[in-house]
Design a protein around this ligand. Structure first.
Ligand SMILES: *[C@@H]1O[C@H](CO)[C@@H](O)[C@H](O)[C@H]1NC(C)=O
Ligand SMILES: *[C@@H]1O[C@H](CO)[C@@H](O)[C@H](O)[C@H]1NC(C)=O
Ligand SMILES: *[C@@H]1O[C@H](CO)[C@@H](O)[C@H](O)[C@H]1NC(C)=O
Length: 481
């Protein structure tokens, strides 16, 4: 019985290889970064160990009703204790880079109002050294949603300009402690998504919002996301300024930002929907990238928001244009949008003040295959798997994720051939982990993680990635034929 099952699995695998033909490691330059990614709160656990201070996510997940399955990141993947095993998993995959984030409250338990925590510094030193020993480049995110709770309590975190000073201090501590070995820095991961969830819809900390975009007891969705974004953009600029002025020359690394983007297509081929698609993109991607590339917010945002959108001083505009070395793109899905500004309709709550209706279907035809996330479709973009009520065998046999990776990488290869300057691709995620308000009910990992035993098991996609990275696909295909 068991043997038959194993046989079936490897047969499936060979069958897959036959379909793969299109995409190969050799289509990308040898220096291309192929990695996996994670974030601190989603995997580390050990939230009260090693002098770590409480983060906003520790507080939030312990409030009743905030997380779908009532879970939290207290233990998560216990990566704090199992990091060597995880680095070995990556080594066995054959990746040359790893994107992870630093827990701000592990380094600075009380922000700039307390000491640098040497136990936290030692943890990341060990992780970085362990990666480099196996020739895996650390690609480090400074902020991936979690912040010291003290900053929230003291002055309202991103709503206060005071946080710019805290972020700059945190960034400098990291450049100083780790920059001799870390050559890739991302200031923020998806600040646009963080703010939409935190201040527009209110379902992430600090849980602030107002109607019609969310139902919270405090907050203002018409202004606060934009105030918080302003402080993030200026925080990014300060950190980049410090890196470029003090560290870049001697450390020789680069610094950038990672933005979340959904792609939007007009639902109908009419002017108002074409403008609506443009507006949805402006309120999501250009919201951060326009200031960082051109020194100011997109005109579509100013038109809708007027004085609700903060302004940059001339001095700030010049500093902003000093910009960044790279842009990271996190792409999940594409949707159709329809205008709601000229003829009122049901507003897409995630697009907020862009005033559009969003849908995955046009005339009943879905934009792409569905995934474990109800709002994400393969177009060919991000792939999640439902993990509640699904057998381990089915979780491990993630043929859809393999299909997704192949089609996504083919698109990346095409873009590179057509002249796009793409330098790397990081699969989200190395392993199943704490998926924020969805808890452990969906899994994005190449490795399945048993939440009771912490045992990591490779899914079919992990085996596929390993084969792809070793460049062995064509050879295996021929030898099996
Ligand atoms: C894996 O899934 C594919 C289709 O999704 C199915 O054909 C195959 O039998 C499955 N293999 C195993 C071992 O469950
Ligand atoms: C908003 O939340 C309050 C309190 O939880 C609830 O009573 C009310 O029905 C909610 N309103 C909407 C529109 O969901
Ligand atoms: C949209 O309409 C214009 C004419 O109004 C037409 O030229 C164009 O081909 C149409 N595009 C699509 C994608 O249907």
């Amino acid at each position: 019985m068991n043997n038959n099952k194993k046989g079936a699995l490897s047969l499936t695998f060979i069958a897959l290889l036959v379909i793969v033909e299109g995409i190969e490691r050799a289509q990308f330059p040898p220096s291309f970064l192929f990695g996996t990614s994670t974030s601190s709160y989603q995997i580390e656990g050990a939230v009260s160990e090693g002098n770590r201070g409480p983060s906003n996510w520790d507080i939030f997940t312990h409030l009743p009703g905030k997380v779908k399955d009532g879970s939290n990141g207290d233990i998560a993947d216990n990566h704090y204790h199992l990091y060597e095993e995880d680095v070995n998993l990556m080594h066995s995959l054959g990746v040359n880079s790893y994107r992870f984030s630093i827990s701000w409250s592990r380094i600075l338990p009380r922000g700039r109002f307390g000491e640098v925590n040497q136990v936290g510094v030692a943890f990341y030193n060990n992780l970085i050294d362990s990666l480099l020993l196996r020739r895996i480049q650390p690609f480090v995110t400074l902020n991936h949603f979690d912040i010291p709770q003290e900053l929230e309590t003291r002055y309202g975190a991103w709503l206060s300009p005071k946080i710019q000073k805290d972020f700059a201090y945190f960034a400098e501590v990291c450049f100083e402690e780790f920059g001799d070995r870390v050559k890739f820095w991302s200031t923020f991961n998806e600040p646009n998504l963080m703010l939409k969830f935190g201040y527009l819809n209110g379902n992430h900390p600090p849980g602030r919002c107002s109607e019609p975009f969310g139902n919270c007891s405090f907050g203002d969705s018409s202004t606060e996301p934009y105030i918080a974004a302003h402080n993030i953009i200026l925080s990014h600029a300060r950190a980049v300024g410090i890196y470029k002025n003090i560290y870049q020359e001697k450390q020789g690394g680069s610094v950038g930002i990672v933005i979340m983007t959904r792609w939007y297509e007009p639902l109908r081929n009419i002017t108002v929907d074409i403008s609506a698609a443009q507006r949805a993109l402006s309120f999501e991607m250009a919201w951060f990238l326009d200031p960082l590339l051109h020194g100011d917010y997109p005109i579509e945002m100013r038109r809708v928001l007027g004085s609700r959108l903060p302004t940059f001083t001339d001095e700030e505009k010049i500093k902003l244009r000093n910009g960044m070395d790279f842009i990271g793109v996190n792409h999940y899905t594409s949707l159709y949008v329809k205008d709601c500004m000229f003829s009122p309709c049901e507003l897409d709550k995630f697009s907020g003040n862009a005033l559009v209706f969003a849908t995955s279907q046009r005339n009943g035809v879905p934009i792409g295959a569905s995934t474990g996330m109800p709002t994400m479709f393969v177009v060919p973009h991000g792939y999640s798997q439902r993990s509640d009520g699904v057998s381990l065998n089915d979780l491990l046999n993630d043929t859809n994720r393999v299909e997704f990776l192949k089609s996504y990488l083919s698109s990346v290869a095409t873009a590179v051939r057509q002249g796009a300057d793409v330098r790397g691709y990081f699969i989200w995620s190395l392993m199943d982990n704490f998926e924020w308000t969805l808890g452990y009910s969906v899994g994005f990992g190449l490795y399945h993680v048993d939440s009771k035993t912490q045992v990591r098991t490779p899914k079919l996609s992990a085996k596929w990635y390993e084969q792809f990275l070793s460049g062995g696909l064509e050879t295996d295909l021929k030898s099996s034929a």
